[in-house]
Design a protein. Structure first.
Length: 74
């Protein structure tokens, strides 16, 4: 189970995912699984950024956008 820290006052209600009822519990479970599936992508992006100074957040299809902008100009 992943560790969740609420960063809230001691008197606030607990917010761990396992304390919620469905459908919220299953939605959080799916998002947590997606997060862990995406970790290698993030580690790779940050590693490449540290070597090349490229931003970690890039356009997915910059070539497509360039082609579309040329079509708009003509």
């Amino acid at each position: 189970m992943p560790f969740f820290r609420a960063h809230a006052h001691i008197d606030t209600k607990r917010r761990e995912p396992y304390l919620y009822d469905d459908p919220y519990k299953s939605l959080m479970r799916d998002i947590i699984r997606l997060r862990y599936q995406m970790l290698p992508v993030w580690y790779t992006a940050f590693h490449e950024a540290s070597l090349s100074n490229a931003p970690t957040m890039r356009l997915v299809m910059p070539e497509t956008l360039v082609c579309q902008s040329h079509q708009l100009d003509s």
